[in-house]
Design a protein around this ligand. Structure first.
Ligand code: ATP
Length: 541
């Protein structure tokens, strides 16, 4: 079956299946839930762990071969979620890690200012003014603008408010095509008419305001400013904090990487789209340290390597794309940044971020060196020896062998990866009893095999039990003897189990079982002794 476009998949149906089959539940559900938090059920946890383990294996234990044909060296780390609060001042998160927000005074909704898009509109006298409307992604903006431009489709009251407002703003309007409001300077904002998405009149939005995304807590018995601490908003800073420890204790030499997987917390103002944007989530981040003049080569390498990795999970490459950041989007310290984006059902036909690969220059280590007053320079012995061989002067050798490393950072969302695999796998199929199956690549399926006695008599349960006892040590498998065989297949289809083995009357006579393939639903008979080998081959490394 060809890949199905995520645009045709329904998010509601995916969320419902996740609940029904134990992939993802709303957190605190019996108390009415809590916005932006999700619990991973038995199958969701298994799926998430499978992605995490694959990342760890391919990043830390068996990293790729680098651009020079040598295997790259990456070590693992597990740092604290709570760190000294000075860390977040140095990193720019306190005071800096703020999404400017706008409040809608009418609907009481709060929006990210970079989700308010500005476009030129014609005033009643034909002159241009700026009109802004609160929307989500750029693709959502495009869709809404095509509707918005046809003013006759606007409700009467809104249309008359709009033309009143436009009259006021006729002089001096500048042209900004699809420009987020947060990029305009204040004098420009004064000429912008803003609409809250569900507001009845324009002008109900406040100026963009800073809103700190970090969750605060207190360490120790006394709750005052001196004991204030933060839950980490990214795993990356824990890596920078331990860069010197790793250099001093692990005999690593430039270039090398430090990788970490773990929880991060952001008090997102508008958590939405299921687990896409939540307030507690998991990240898989790697900081690649290298000599500054080598950094463009490594940026290019990691950019393509990370795309290849997502494809290795079975994500169709037509649903993935690179999006290079424009210069005005880059953080001031960042030299280059590219997002790996996926076509989510709620962004389709557009794409949304899955991973960012950023060239962070020497910003982070320099910041920590300044704030902590600890030297974080690297002494590159190989470059010193090379410089001596090349007959360079002492100063020249010093200049090229002592440096603060540059950093290339591939930063991905583990929980966003779960959403991508759930979406990719979700395959409607009217012809089967479950009407849908989850087409995970077998390696990532939460359950690898179902083992069923056809009926609960004639010795079949005993044979099934024996087969299960042998397989369970190597594979996540389930023995299921309840209900009709059709219902058991349907359950496994929704769980995404790639193979089901059924013990029937013939098994007792000829030692064969049927194997049912999840995707084709085809059945074949194999010898019961061959089941383990069959599974090992199909699931692969
Ligand atoms: P966004 O622009 O979507 O807020 P970001 O650019 O701030 O994301 P980064 O700080 O680069 O994200 O984080 C790296 C990755 O962590 C993202 O690509 C995404 O996969 C994941 N991530 C970030 N914020 C969240 C969140 N609130 N919920 C789930 N995953 C997230």
């Amino acid at each position: 079956m060809p890949d199905i476009d995520p645009a045709s998949k329904s998010m509601e149906a995916i969320v419902a299946l996740c609940k029904r089959r134990g992939f993802v539940y709303p957190a605190s559900e019996i108390y009415g839930g809590i916005n932006g938090f999700w619990d991973y059920g038995p199958l969701g946890t298994a799926l998430k762990n499978n992605i995490r383990d694959h990342w760890w294996k391919q990043t830390v234990e068996c990293p790729p071969i680098g651009p020079d044909g040598e295997p790259v060296s990456i070590v693992g780390l597990d740092s604290s979620i709570i760190q000294n609060p000075k860390v977040w001042e140095a990193s720019g998160h306190v005071g800096g890690f703020n999404d400017p927000m706008v409040d809608d005074t009418e609907t009481k909704k709060r929006y990210r200012a970079d989700h308010v898009w500005v476009r030129r509109a014609a005033g009643t006298d034909g002159k241009d003014v700026l009109v802004a409307i609160v929307l989500g992604s750029r693709e959502e903006a495009d869709a809404a603008w095509s509707h918005f431009d046809k003013t006759e489709k606007l409700p009467d009251q809104l249309r008359s408010e709009l033309s009143k407002a436009l009259k006021k703003f006729i002089d001096g309007a500048k042209f900004y095509e699809d420009m987020p409001l947060s990029y305009l300077d204040v004098s420009d904002e004064e000429r912008v008419i803003v609409f809250g998405q569900h507001a009845s009149k324009p002008g109900t939005l406040t100026e963009p305001r800073e809103f700190n995304l970090m969750f605060e807590t207190f360490v120790g018995a006394i709750r005052d400013a001196s004991s204030k601490a933060y839950l980490r908003p990214e795993t990356a800073q824990g890596i920078f904090l331990n860069y010197k420890n790793v250099v001093d204790t692990m005999r690593v030499k430039m270039p090398f990487g430090i990788a970490q997987v773990g929880k991060s917390f952001r008090n997102e103002v508008t958590p939405r789209n299921f687990i896409f944007r939540s307030r507690e989530f998991e990240q898989m981040e790697m900081e690649w340290f290298c000599a500054p003049d080598d950094s463009p080569k490594w940026y290019d390498f990691w950019k393509h390597e990370r795309m290849r990795w997502w494809e290795s999970l079975g994500v169709s490459n037509s649903n993935l794309r690179f999006r290079d950041h424009d210069d005005d989007e880059l953080a001031h310290y960042s030299k280059m940044c590219v997002d790996i984006e996926y076509k989510y059902p709620f962004t389709a036909p557009g794409f949304g971020e899955l991973e960012g690969v950023a060239h962070r220059g020497c910003y982070d280590l320099t910041q920590h060196q300044t704030h902590s007053k600890q030297k974080l320079e690297y002494f590159d012995q190989e470059r010193q020896v090379q410089g001596q061989k090349d007959g360079l002067s002492k100063d020249e050798i010093n200049a090229q062998s002592k440096y603060i490393p540059n950093v290339i950072e591939p930063a991905s969302g583990l929980t966003r990866g779960v959403l991508v695999l759930l979406t990719e796998a979700y395959t409607p199929d009217e012809s089967r009893p479950s009407k849908v199956y989850m087409k995970f690549k077998p390696k990532f399926a939460p359950i690898k095999a179902g083992i069923f006695p056809l009926v609960n008599k004639d010795g079949m349960p005993q044979v099934a039990q024996k087969l299960y006892m042998g397989l369970r040590e190597k594979f996540a498998c389930q023995l299921d003897a309840k209900q009709s065989i059709g219902k058991r297949y349907a359950r496994m289809d929704e769980a995404g189990t790639p193979y089901c083995f059924t013990i029937d009357g013939d098994t007792l006579a000829d030692q064969t079982v049927t194997v049912r393939d999840r995707d084709s639903q085809a059945q074949e008979r194999i010898n019961i002794d061959q089941v383990e080998k069959f599974l090992a081959e199909k699931i692969g490394e």
